[in-house]
Every structure is written in C-alpha cells, then in structure tokens.
Design a protein around this ligand. Structure first.
Ligand code: NAD
Ligand code: MG
Length: 375
C-alpha cells in the first residue's frame, strides 16, 4: 500500500527531502546529507527519556558527536525565555555555522529549536525529527519556526527550512490517544484541500478526492493505529503539504489554504480556553463549520459538510460543541492575527479538493459559529 522513498519539498536551493525511516536510523539519514561531526540534539523532558538515547546512539554509530539539550515540556514553555536560553546553550557548546541542530519532539520543540537554528549565528543547519502525529503531518514541513509572545501565539519567528525532515512513524507508539486524535484533525484538513497535478498539464492543479476517500475506507484502521495505515496517512499528508508549500513558500497566496478550519477553530480555542480543547479538535470543528458557511453562501453542496463530519466522527473527533456563545466567538475572531482591517481571510470549501479563499467580515462568520452548536 505504502510507497517507499523520500518526498521532496521543492524550493530551489532550499529544497529538502522528507525521509520515512525508523527513529533509530536518524544517524544514517543525517549522514547521507551532511558530513558527520558535531551536532546538537534538542528535545524535551518527555520525549528525551523515551528517545534521547536511541537518537544519540544512532548518531554516534553514524560518526556524529552529538551534544544533547532537553527543554521543559509544554506549549506554556514556548516562550522567548526558552528561546534565549536555548540560543545561549548553543553558543556555550561553541557551535559553528556548520553544526546541525537536530530537533526531536512535537511541534513545540521543533518550532523553538528551528527558530534558534534560524537565528543563532545568522543560521545553523536544521534537521527536523517530528515525534507527534501533528508535527509529522503538519508542523515539520514548510519551514515556519517561532515562539509565542505575550501578544499572541507564534508572533516571533522566521521562515527557516530544514535540510532534512526525518519522519519516524514508529515513534508514535508512545503518543497518548488525545495527542494522536489532535493530529487526525489536521489529517482531515489536508484531505479536504488535496489537489493533484492535471495529467494533461502538470502546471495546473485540480481537485482530488483520492486521500479523503481513502480515509473514509480506512478510518477504523487509523483509529486502531495500524502501522501500514498510519504510514500511508503520514506520507500522503506530507505530500499534500509539500505541494502547497512548494507553490507558495512565504504564504503570499495558496499556502493560506492550509488555514482551513483554523479561523473558526482559533475562535473556538480562544473561547473554550487553550487547554480545554485540543487544537486538532478545534480545527475539526472549524473545518465542518467553514464548510457549512460555504453551503449557506451557495457555493457548496449541502452533502459536503455532513460527509466531512461523518469522517471526523469515525476518527473520534468532535464536529460541534454545546454551549458555545456566538457573540464570544465573533469577538474572538476579531482578534485573529490574520485579519486585514475589518476583514478576515477564510477558507471556503466548494467541494472536497476544491477549497478557495475569500475575505469576509467577522459578522459574516456568524452562521458558521451557529452551526457549531447544532452539529
Ligand atoms: P507538543 O509539541 O506540545 O507535543 C504534544 C505532547 O506530546 C507534549 O507533551 C510532548 O512532549 C509529547 N510527545 C511528543 N512526542 C511524543 C511521543 N512520541 N511519545 C509521547 N509523547 C510525545 O504539541 P504538537 O501538537 O506536536 O505541536 C503543537 C505546536 O506546533 C504548537 O505550538 C503549534 O503552534 C506548532 N505548529 C507549528 C506549525 C509549523 O508550521 N511550524 C504547524 C502546526 C503547528
Ligand atoms: Mg493547525
């Protein structure tokens, strides 16, 4: 079912492979791309005890001399303080501009380590080893790095492409069910926006329902964490995201499609309170709500939101929430950092595989918010 070999992210001289190999092969993968020498593993105090030794042993046996840094776990530690602390540690270790930073962890760790790599000595080589489903299907691909500030999430950061993404699906064995489900929210998002190259004109991208249909047929296997199903899922998501990023590295257009479900999802997260609901769950709800909005605006068939909701339910994800107040959600969406003056750019699914961007006012989101309490 699953093909082997790397997925390439095509970005000219910043192109890189996404390799699908076990965690214990990180040393060899890295050595295939970079001359072994000193490198710095950056992980956290949850992932480190699970995989830190395996990663360091693998690096040593491939000729590397790894240094090792553990950050404190948690989104609450994705701060400027943590970032500055990490930069200082890297400098104490006397890194030079050829020393790779090897980030091993979820999106929090890889975002912080990537930003430290982007900025320390004006840029160190960065290898991304994502260990959550969310990081494997989303955060590790595309080069966005950064930390949170008191003004909001991810407001201090840089685009800094890794030279390698090493995806070890076997490292997901230890991931908790809630974190796993969280990643599935982004998986469905990718499936809804999948495009494929037109066989008669490869410069054109056309809607594709292929991955969405595959998820519908394999939802049970995915919930059961069947390894083959999981490998296919992660690979397809990386392919879909890599295709979008290759067309629009800096989010000047198409990359904004990856925000599907996030305009509504962020508002829900803000109202429910970060921590009350996992990000992927909010994105799942947001994907359905934004599709409902498209139906109400006459650009999407009424069967589509129900089809998406049905897949999400099979994957044990929520599609609505009792007790949400529309007024609170509207206020929260005014705070969305992607707003431009009075308008918000929101994704508008016309069908599976055909998602477009439109500018609307936060008030025009009201029907989407209202649909959340009826799902
Ligand atoms: P996370 O990094 O907090 O990981 C979730 C939890 O799982 C943590 O406690 C972590 O220590 C633990 N964990 C990680 N791997 C594990 C494993 N294999 N076994 C057991 N436990 C493990 O959260 P996340 O969901 O991976 O990432 C969320 C972050 O990613 C957010 O800060 C978000 O802003 C960022 N993000 C970035 C991008 C991007 O393009 N850079 C995209 C999406 C999200
Ligand atoms: Mg997201």
């Amino acid at each position: 079912m699953t093909s082997t070999g790397a997925v390439q992210v095509d970005l000219g001289d910043r192109s890189y492979p996404i390799e699908f190999r076990p965690i214990k092969e990180i040393g060899a993968t890295l050595a295939g791309l970079h001359k072994p020498g000193k490198c710095v593993v950056v992980t956290n105090d949850v992932v480190g005890p699970l995989y830190g030794q395996i990663v360091q042993d693998s690096l040593r046996s491939a000729g590397w001399a790894p240094e090792y840094i553990e950050l404190e776990d948690g989104e609450a530690k994705k701060t400027t303080d943590t970032y500055i602390g990490l930069v200082n540690r890297l400098l104490e270790l006397q890194v030079d501009r050829k020393t790779p930073v090897v980030a091993v962890g979820g999106g929090v760790t890889t975002d912080i380590a990537g930003f430290a790599a982007a900025t320390t000595m004006r840029g160190l080589p960065f290898a991304n080893v994502p260990t959550t489903l969310l990081a494997q299907v989303d955060a590790s691909v595309g080069g966005k790095t950064g930390v949170n500030t008191s003004h909001g999430k991810n407001l201090l950061g840089a685009f800094w492409q890794p030279f390698l993404v090493h995806v070890a699906v076997d490292a997901l064995d230890t991931l908790s069910d809630p974190e796993y489900r969280c990643g599935l929210g982004e998986v469905v998002k990718h499936a809804v926006l999948e495009e494929k190259q037109d066989p008669s004109d490869p410069s054109k991208w056309v809607p594709s329902t292929e991955f969405f249909e595959w998820l519908e047929a394999n939802a049970e296997a995915i919930v059961a964490r069947d390894q083959e199903a999981l490998k296919h899922t992660v690979r397809r998501c990386c392919e879909i995201k890599a295709a979008v990023v290759s067309q629009d590295e800096r989010e000047s257009g198409k990359r904004a499609l990856l925000n599907l479900g996030h305009t509504v999802g962020h508002a829900v997260e803000a109202v429910v309170g970060y921590g009350g609901l996992r990000h992927g769950e909010a994105v799942a709800m947001g994907t359905v709500a934004e599709t409902h909005l498209a139906v109400l605006r006459g650009c999407c068939d009424a069967s589509v939101p129900e089809r998406i909701a049905s897949l999400l339910r099979k994957l044990q994800l929520p599609t609505g929430l009792e007790g949400l107040k529309t007024d609170d959600l509207v206020k929260a969406s005014f705070m969305d950092k992607k707003r431009e003056q009075a308008h918000i750019t929101v994704t508008m699914p016309h069908s599976i595989g055909d998602v477009r961007l439109v500018k609307i006012t936060p008030e025009e989101l009201i029907p989407a918010f209202e649909s959340l309490t009826t799902n």
